[in-house]
Structures are given as C-alpha cells and as structure tokens.
Ligand binder design. Sequence first.
Ligand SMILES: NC(=O)C1=CN([C@@H]2O[C@H](COP(=O)(O)OP(=O)(O)OC[C@H]3O[C@@H](n4cnc5c(N)ncnc54)[C@H](O)[C@@H]3O)[C@@H](O)[C@H]2O)C=CC1
Ligand SMILES: O=C(CO)COP(=O)(O)O
Ligand SMILES: [Zn+2]
Length: 360
Amino acid sequence: MSADRINLLRTKVFDKSKWMQLPRDVVVGHDAIEQIPAVCEDLALGDSVLIVSGKQTRDVAGKRVEALLAGSYDVTTFTIDGGEPVETIRKAEAASAEAGFVIGVGGGRVIDTAKIAAYNVDRHFISVPTAASHDGIASSRASVPTADGNVSLAAEPPIAVVADTAVIASAPHRLLASGCADIIANCTATLDWELAHRLTGEPVSEYALTLARMTAEILFQNADLIKPHSEESAWIVTKALVSSGVAMSIAGSSRPGSGGEHKFSHALDRLAPGKGLHGEQCGIGAIITMYLHGGDWEAIRDSLRKIGAPTTPAEIGVDDETAVEALLAARKIRPERFTILDMGLTPESARNLVKMLYRE
Ligand SMILES: NC(=O)C1=CN([C@@H]2O[C@H](COP(=O)(O)OP(=O)(O)OC[C@H]3O[C@@H](n4cnc5c(N)ncnc54)[C@H](O)[C@@H]3O)[C@@H](O)[C@H]2O)C=CC1
Ligand SMILES: O=C(CO)COP(=O)(O)O
Ligand SMILES: [Zn+2]
C-alpha cells in the first residue's frame, strides 16, 4: 500500500470526533431528595438557584427542595402553568438567566422546559423527576411540541439526577407504567434506526443501540416485578430510564429511544390532545411498528399488559379512525427520521393494522 493511501486512511479514522455529555452525579433511592444540598455543594454550582416545577409537582416535591436549599442558596421559583410551550420556555429562560443554576422538579414537561431554559442561558441543570414516566430524566435532549409537530432539541444535559423512589412510588401508577412503555419502545426505535442505516446510510452508534436495546430487555425480564406504588418497581424503572437517557446522550440524538412509535405518539398529541401520556402512546404505537418489522409484537403487547400500560387506542380514549390518521400523519413528523412507517403504509393498510392488532 502506498504511503499516500495509508495517510488517507489515517485521516479518515482520526477526523472522527464526538462530544458526549453524561450526568456526573446520579442519586437514586429512598429519600434521595434529602441529598440535594449535598449534591449542590459537591458540584459547587453557585450561590443562587432557580427551581422549576409544575403546579402539582411543586406540592409533591418542589416545595421540599426549596426548603432544603433555602438556608444556603438564594432560591427563586418558576411554576409552569400549562401555557403555550415555547412561550413558557422563554419565560423560564429569563428566570434562569438570573440564577446560578437550575433545578427541574416534576414530570417530563417540567424537566424538558427547565433543561432547555438552562441550555439557552448556559446554566447547569439538575433533574429531579417526581415520576418515572419518560426517559428524558437523564438525557441531553428535549422534546417540544410546535405547530409542525414535536421537535427534538439539544438541551442542557443534567449534571446530576436526584430520583427519590419514595416520591416516584407515590405517583399514580399510570405514570410508572407509561415510563415502562417509553423504555419498551426502544425495541422498535432501535429496529427503525438499523433499518434507516441499511436503507439510507444513516450512521448508527453500536453502543447507543446496544444500551437502549439491553435496557428494554431488562425491563421485559422484570415485567412481573412492576407493581403499583412499590419502591422496588420505582427503583427498577428509574434506573432503566437513566440508562435509556444515557443511550440518547451517547448517540447525541433521541434516535435510540424514538422511532416510528414516537412519531405516532407525537401525531396523537396533535390529533387527540390530552388523551394518552407520552409513554402510553409510544407503547401502543410499538405494537404496530414491531408487527411491521416482523418481530414479536405479541410479546410487546403482553409485557405492556402485565405492567398495566394500555395496549389499544380505545384504552386511552382514542377511536380507531384517529389512530389510523395518526399512523398516516406520523410520516410527516420529522420526515428526515426514516422509520418503518415510511415503507408504503396506505390508508387501507393502516386501517387493517389497527383493526387486527388493537383487539381487546
Ligand atoms: N427529553 C426527552 O428525551 C424526553 C421527553 N419527553 C417529554 O416528556 C413529556 C411527557 O412527560 P410525562 O411525565 O409523561 O408528562 P407530564 O410532564 O405532562 O406529566 C404528567 C402528569 O403527571 C403529574 N405528576 C408528575 N409527578 C407526579 C407525582 N409524583 N404525583 C402526582 N402527579 C404527578 C404532572 O403534574 C402531570 O399532570 C412529553 O412532553 C414528552 O415529549 C418524553 C420522553 C423523553
Ligand atoms: O421521547 C423521547 C425518547 O423516549 C424523545 O423522543 P423525541 O425526540 O421523538 O421527542
Ligand atoms: Zn419517549
């Protein structure tokens, strides 16, 4: 081989570069919230903090975090009131700019709002989930609903995650089951990613793929252990959500955890707002996309049932025709993200799939 050719190969190998941002401290367990002052002190993030929470989650845990930090930090609060998401982010951003660092205490929407606001004004962000309902608790991505569908944005990766299993176990079981379904959706999201790699040459990360898939498999194996209001269940699911979030951070995108089933969920958010939770809709979508991939869709359905997550649109109050519309609309959401739903689905085939796979 000539020297020129060797140099060319070297250049190809060495011009690859990637920046992965992962949490530095992850504290999960009973009364973990009490560790927040120690975590903040350990990370030396500044003298003032903005605590972002929702109306309900402020009562659940936000006020406790405020009280724990009040003696040592200048504490300000921002409560999300359910207004227009982009406007809410702008307001949270302005409040974050006045603080040294930001803590988000709540469900997915609160955490996403806080992590985008922190990112936009270059502040560190601590994630304090009050429910194990989604895998954004440890990721560097945020999902924001817009008029054109959900967009996945770069956001501040949590420098710490503090997940109190007592708080999480006391949340409605529906939230925990939804988080399980969001993880189970990794099974189809990873298949979609591999499909796109084979078909369009989209790069994949073997590590992110393997971690996302393994996380879903561990949950499958432990589906029997997922029970309402059990701290052990909260522990299993929270660890899986952290692991899934890390897969997204390694990938630098939500690809390992979001494929066609997520597009279906985003489409339902617009067509049937307020009916299903994010993870619930993703789980329902994964049944169809797994069937289309030729995989074991019945295993997905049975695990969801075991955990207590819905397996049909009817269970979340969505009629079959809306589910058909969502399947067809899914392709228009983030069209650059190729999935199995881009492979020739027609109104007739969508109708047949819904009829066949969503029987009670
Ligand atoms: N950044 C990312 O990578 C990801 C982001 N997401 C986003 O997260 C959002 C979905 O998150 P969810 O948590 O499902 O919805 P959510 O944030 O709307 O919360 C659902 C409900 O649960 C309540 N809640 C939370 N903790 C509670 C507790 N301990 N006790 C009683 N009620 C409690 C909230 O007040 C809210 O009413 C979506 O916007 C989705 O796009 C979802 C997955 C990954
Ligand atoms: O929900 C997510 C992963 O579970 C993030 O996915 P999106 O990028 O589709 O919002
Ligand atoms: Zn998700």
